[in-house]
Design a protein around this ligand. Sequence first.
Ligand SMILES: Nc1nc2c(ncn2[C@@H]2O[C@H](COP(=O)(O)OP(=O)(O)OP(=O)(O)O)[C@@H](O)[C@H]2O)c(=O)[nH]1
Ligand SMILES: [Mg+2]
Length: 445
Amino acid sequence: MAMFSSLSDKLGRAFSKFKNKGKLTEADIKEGMREIKLALLEADVNFKVVKDFVKIVSERAVGQDVLESLVPSQQIIKIVNEELVALMGGQEERVRFSSRPPTVIMMVGLQGAGKTTHCGKLANHFKTKFEKRPLLVACDVYRPAAVKQLQVVGSQVGVPVFAMEDCKDPVEIAKAGIAHAKKYGHDMVFIDTAGRLHIDEALMKELQDIKEITEPSEILLTIDAMLGQDAVNVSKTFNDMLDISGVILTKLDGDTRGGAALSVRYVTGKPIKFIGMGEKLDALEPFHPDRMASRILGMGDMLTLIEKAQQSFDEKKAEELEKKMRDSTFTLVDFLDQMDQVRNMGSIKDILGMMPGVNSAALADAQIDDKQIDRVEAIILSMTPQERMKPQIINASRKKRIADGCGMKVEDVNRLLKQFEQSQKMMKQLTKGGKRFGFGRRKKH
Ligand SMILES: Nc1nc2c(ncn2[C@@H]2O[C@H](COP(=O)(O)OP(=O)(O)OP(=O)(O)O)[C@@H](O)[C@H]2O)c(=O)[nH]1
Ligand SMILES: [Mg+2]
């Protein structure tokens, strides 16, 4: 099941309200925004977040210059997408490394949130991708078998665990763990702390003491995404008491509604840094607000689509095209060729249909469709070879002839020429400064 599928469907339905409208009136926007608001509230997004979000999107939608290339529903999707990205912090936030190793990362959170598991996932992540030498430190002295669990996790990812089985003082263990790391050349230390069913004073005091003695570079709060509205209260309290540096949102592989992902940043001002996508120790992803937004919008992961499109481009053609671009001889004939390649990608809708969370409303709205390609093709085919090679000679009377020849309007011809000019410009930019035009040139491994 796709992540946040219920929210995606409801947003999709809200967007479809904007369809087939020439220009958006304030009343249209109000009605559509009411649906977006309900969709977010039902997904357990904090009501203050929803209120602010809807206000910003409405203001932008009303004040928006009508972009010729987008129909109203696409304009709203664009704004909602941008604001979702902003709501989740805009950019990917990475872990800070200490200038004086070891970098200490303290894991905190309620019972069962995923601290111990994510100690293992993070250690594995930094060991394999950043060539770090992590150490796990077992500071949960309360739950029976907590130390054993961390040792199992550590052995699964090949990372050593520091434990003091006879010591009942987590602060002592943390201190000794860091000394051990320094002595044995570990440049990262993950401190696994105890959880509680509810936030209580004793837990917070203990965590504050550990923080004081270890001076962590990061205090990462693990939050179970299933918590819904409660995630907001939990993260607020932990942040108030400990001044956390980031959040790991866990169990996003389950049937969660999305509220936590959209509320945490707003409520705490602290970024989500990672997401947990399963029980296995490689089920960890750095958090990308833009990718998450496109998942939430149910348009699948656009990056995947682009990648697929790139792969299906014929490599040889792309190289010829690249040469033409460099020599500035890209013509409408090449443009026509390119259209053909896009078609060769297979039915674009089939590709979209395979992607998670794509709903039929959004699909019907998809901008590239085979019919549109047919129209572009018809116009170019209605030109003389000379016109195709040198579009600048196409004057008003030629435009009329071309339009009549393919049963379309002069506006359609104009739109195509404009589109062509834009892609020419874009390609020039792509090839400028020695940068090579990259479509289809991805190396096969
Ligand atoms: N599906 C799924 N399960 C997860 C994820 N992260 C952790 N779990 C599971 O959640 C349960 C609790 O994880 P722990 O890592 O033990 O949680 P904890 O915060 O250390 O719990 P305490 O030490 O009791 O406070 C385990 O069964 C994990 O396998 C995740 O991203 N997805
Ligand atoms: Mg634990």
